[in-house]
Ligand binder design. Sequence first.
Ligand SMILES: [Zn+2]
Length: 406
Amino acid sequence: MIIIFSLLFGSCDSSGVHYISSENESDLITTKVEPFENYSPFDYTPSSDSMQNVINCSSNSTYMACINPYLYFYNSNVIVRYNPEANSITYLCSDPLCLHNSPDCPFYGLDVLYGFYIYENTIYYRQQYDYQKNGKITDSVNRISAYSINTGELAVLRNLDDSPLSTSNMIFYDHFYLYTDIIFNNETHKSTYNLCRQDLNTKNIEIVLSEESWNTVPLFTYNNVLYIRNSEKKELYSANADTPLEMKKISDDTGKIAFCKDGYFIFKDQQGSLFRMNADSSNIQSLNIKNVDYFYLTDNYIYYTQVDQKLKGKTEDGQDINIDLYSISRIDHDGNNNELVWKNNNSSELLLPKNFVVYGNYIYTVFDYFKVDDFITGISSRSNDFIYARINCDTQDIFYITISVK
Ligand SMILES: [Zn+2]
């Protein structure tokens, strides 16, 4: 235990700071990533495979985003951009001396439950914090913020005031931001549930659909078609993104869903089986994979996790603990060539890749790590350093990426 902790906290130096001098990135600093407990030096093999950028198969991949050619990581204080080919990180705060611990930092108070979204070189996220004086709250910030990666400018997209943010889904398309909002009417004492869209340029908001109970959950748009889940009927609908009132049912409930840019869905039903169907819901095919927990699409593959092993044990303070260990496999988009990509092959040190992004031939996941000896001991990576693990799909080798608070 002691050895592990000292390795975890003792490796947070950053070195090799230099300035990027290309036009768009002139004010950003890039830092070489200091490796965490890596057994071999960094290497990178390019691959022609790339991720599918229209995706909604994870509602909670809040610590990672992949926008070609970069990965974006959140280290519990700040969003950084990682260059997977060079193994370098760039802190996105416009002030190179930012300590990320005050409202001067554009990411201060980022609500990790809602994660962050990147659309056209702008990062969108919910930001929430209070100002206090003598133990009393004097002012509160609760808003959807928009941070330009190019200019380093922070803008307020929408103040949330007292209204709860009703869904973590943020959908961006054609210079619009689409969200659901609960509006309480003080006279009737009733709430309405509204699908709203905001023009990203003018900031104007219009209600495009209003209902008395909350049934409509927008999933994503593709080619100006909006895909909607009706949460009461448990059905999937599509509509022209400009006229969501005129939605058409296309399928029974599909559970989690990802859209392939070639015009078909890959979805996981409520029981965890994978299917593929055309965008008009024709030609539903089972991919003959069951008990899937998480999945991710690339041009060539569907990567997915399944529980490989269930571990029962006790923690040092005597609590019973159950841990599901996942394996990662992949299949072609038509269900052929199922192959195991990675699973824990060490019985005492266990990595838990609950969700991940895939870039080229590598899987990137938040480093959640358990050590088993007499006790099962969990080590959370969400400390001052934030650690990601990169799995090489060919060799199963793991490379650790440590992101330190500067
Ligand atoms: Zn900062």
